[in-house]
Design a protein around this ligand. Sequence first.
Ligand code: MLT
Length: 302
Amino acid sequence: MMKISCLNPIAAVGMQLFTDAYEKVDDFSASDAALVRSASVHELELPDQLLAIARAGAGVNNIPLDKCAEKGIVVFNTPGANANGVKEAVLAGLFLGARDIVGGVNWVQTVKEDPNVAKLVEKGKKQFAGTEIMGKKIGVIGLGAIGVLVANACVALGMEVYGYDPFISVDAAWNLSKDIKHIANVEDIYANCDYITVHVPLMDSTKKMINADAFAKMKDGVIVLNFARDLLVDDDALEAAIAAGKVRKYITDFPNAKTAQMNGVVAIPHLGASTEESEDNCAVMAVKELRDYLENGNITHS
Ligand code: MLT
């Protein structure tokens, strides 16, 4: 009987797709295939009999792809399965950039026991005034499943949307709204946009792509959103750009020891795809892909 391990829990609906043909084991070293959510596989010894690893999620930077390729281990991911969840989190981030909702919520906590709280509201109202996003320019860097959903949603919000992808021509992007300005190079986004949101995978070529050079080309007071991967942004350059007033806010789903303490940073704990729906979709897709490979030899999203 084929042995499958789950390196960290996936949604129950995915687990139910295992049949009697599979034995769930806790020991990775004894498994023929593995499912993983966000746990890192880099530190683990890859067992010789391992045939495949399926990641319930889009990014595969938690999996040692080179080592898997050397050993003939097929790696799957689930592109698109959590794209709507991430898109909705990015939209929340966009509003957190425009309005100081976080400041306002925290402030109410500080006055909540004051009997005059209703009167104090007028003070908070002035202190936490914001801006509107309609009519503002946003650059979407990366037009995969998530980037396209974000770009189209921003069109619907009345924003002027610029789309750029370092790997594909914008014309080739699937289902992209015709209202999106097609940009051939990322500099045009840096020069024009009030908001910049990054949706590329983390690879050697994209690591620290938002660096001092990129910040220098951006508009003063730009708001940068990162719901893709922490290491796409150079933290030292970000700190300098915030201090210089170049970046007004950095909204990130990936706080680290440095950014979590920086002024001008609004950070949430990798909540992008943390929705019931996305967890279910990813788990189901990952298990189906794994089974299709183990039972039929079919390889999808590898
Ligand atoms: C992904 O890679 O799919 C996203 O970062 C969401 C996640 O892993 O939770």
